[in-house]
Ligand binder design. Structure first.
Ligand code: HEM
Length: 436
């Protein structure tokens, strides 16, 4: 006899606004609770995640949290007629635009190629290290400060140079400072929207200047996209280029700052791991030049970053896909209209998935390759983070340089709790440190 799928996935009932308030207030605490009560597959009525100008959710607005590798495999391997990453991203980010995260199929594959890595083949190491040096100059010495906020300022400046580096200094200053308002728990929804609109509007105003100035010596992403449009890509309208630029700026700054902040939270509290990273840097780079390639030959540092991302993925909603058809999963009927969520937080901290799952043990990634369904800090399938290689390299450059040239120590005991900062999860104390 065939098994009949159970009708609904377990999970709490409630109005989306109430559930969302709880989710936002203590995201990981709430998820731990839900996991303990409902198990490895549960649903949350998050509706349209509170967005103000969101596409309408036709169906149930239920977010189905996946916490086991076989579930993640279904999510990332289902064909486009079963799941849609573009539609889910539109709901998640509250937009109806046509930049890379919000298109699919052939157009999506083509755009990813055009943007990889952000439209050219530049080596960004010099740019990253120069910006780091400029920023460190401004950090206080001998007094505690919130490293996370300094790292946000730095990554904002770096991604602004990468994407809009050929704009006038005044414009770049506007972008890098305004960007900070898009991912800051202190800002209201209206302030976030105003910052978003301000950057898009500036980029739109500058596009005509860029167009007449056709071949800059070091093309930034904006000029590369305009060149592709001039060469005949009709999909790359001015509006799409403006949105693509904004999307790279936004996705490129705080994700990296959050992960770097967690990296220092962990490293500065773990003498053994910190000692091993320092030794690897001394043995392999020593007094030599820190370059894109030299930091890429540091396997222990690579393992440290993977371990940080295992324990501290940037978001509880690490990849989202809208179901276009009913599917069956673990004996449950999951209806079309549900949004599947890759919950890397619960997955990657599970003792069924990783040995000593709550311990910080980078060595685990030295001896085995990363299984994409067990570890998915950059999402997965055809939508794996476009900035993965760039951000890993940026983080390696920053960690190597800071550990080589500066003395930092953690302030406060124990690993701070994670708190929602906007879309992403940051250390609640802002990664408090002191620099000698
Ligand atoms: C530590 C740093 C970062 C982390 C942890 C991270 C994480 C993620 C995750 C989880 C996704 C969702 C993937 C999915 O839906 O399967 C994503 C998508 C994306 N990320 Fe990142 N990201 C980081 C840095 C960056 C940077 C530096 C950029 C570019 C400047 C970037 C650009 C994007 C874009 C454009 C997408 C959408 C890709 C698509 O839909 O095809 N990310 N990222």
């Amino acid at each position: 006899m065939l098994d009949i799928a159970k009708s609904s996935i377990p999970g709490p009932n409630g109005e989306p606004w109430d559930v969302l308030a709880r989710f936002n207030e203590d995201t990981y605490g709430y998820l731990d609770e839900l996991f303990a009560v409902y198990g490895t597959l549960f649903s949350l009525p998050l509706g349209n995640v509170g967005g103000l100008f969101l596409p309408h959710i036709n169906d149930n607005g239920n977010w189905v949290f996946l916490t086991r590798p076989h579930q993640i495999k279904v999510m990332y391997e289902s064909p486009d007629d079963v799941i849609s990453g573009a539609e889910a991203n539109k709901i998640f980010f509250g937009t109806d635009e046509a930049s890379v995260a919000y298109i699919e199929g052939k157009a999506h594959r083509k755009r990813r190629q055009q943007l990889h890595p952000f439209g050219g083949s530049r080596d960004y190491a010099e740019l990253v290290l120069a910006e780091l040096a400029r920023q460190v100059e401004t950090w206080p010495k001998g007094t505690p400060f919130r490293l996370f906020e300094k790292l946000q300022i730095m990554t904002s400046a770096i991604i602004t140079e990468v994407v809009c580096g050929n704009m006038a200094e005044e414009d770049r200053e506007f972008i890098r400072t305004t960007l900070l308002h898009t991912e800051n728990a202190k800002n209201t929804g209206e302030e976030v929207l105003a910052a978003d609109a301000g950057i898009r509007s500036l980029v739109a105003r500058r596009i005509p200047d860029y167009r007449v100035w056709s071949a800059p010596e070091s093309p930034d992403t904006l000029s590369l996209l305009l060149r592709l449009a001039e060469e005949g890509d009709v999909e790359l309208t001015d509006e799409v280029i403006r949105d693509e630029v904004f999307s790279l700026l936004y996705t490129g700054f705080s994700t990296t700052a959050n992960t770097l902040a967690w990296t220092f939270v962990r490293l500065l509290r773990d003498e053994r791991v910190l000692g091993s990273v320092r030794k690897e840097i001394a043995d392999n780079i020593g007094d030599g030049t820190i370059t894109r390639d030299s930091v890429n030959t540091l396997p222990y540092l690579d393992a440290v970053l993977k371990e940080v991302l295992r324990l501290h993925p940037v978001t509880a909603l690490n990849g989202v896909r809208l179901l276009k058809q009913d599917i069956e999963l673990d004996g449950y009927q999951v209806p079309a209209g549900s949004i599947l969520v890759h919950c890397a937080y619960l997955l990657q901290r599970s003792s069924e998935v990783f040995d000593a799952a709550t311990e910080f043990q980078p060595e685990r990634f030295l001896t085995c390759s990363v299984d994409r369904y067990r570890w998915g800090a950059f999402g997965g399938g055809s939508r794996t983070c476009l900035g993965r290689g760039f951000s890993m390299n940026e983080m390696k450059l920053v960690v190597t340089k800071l550990l080589t040239d500066h003395e930092l120590r953690a302030v406060g005991v124990g690993v701070p709790k994670a708190q929602l900062q906007g879309f992403f999860m940051a250390p609640i104390d802002g990664a408090l440190v002191e620099m000698a």
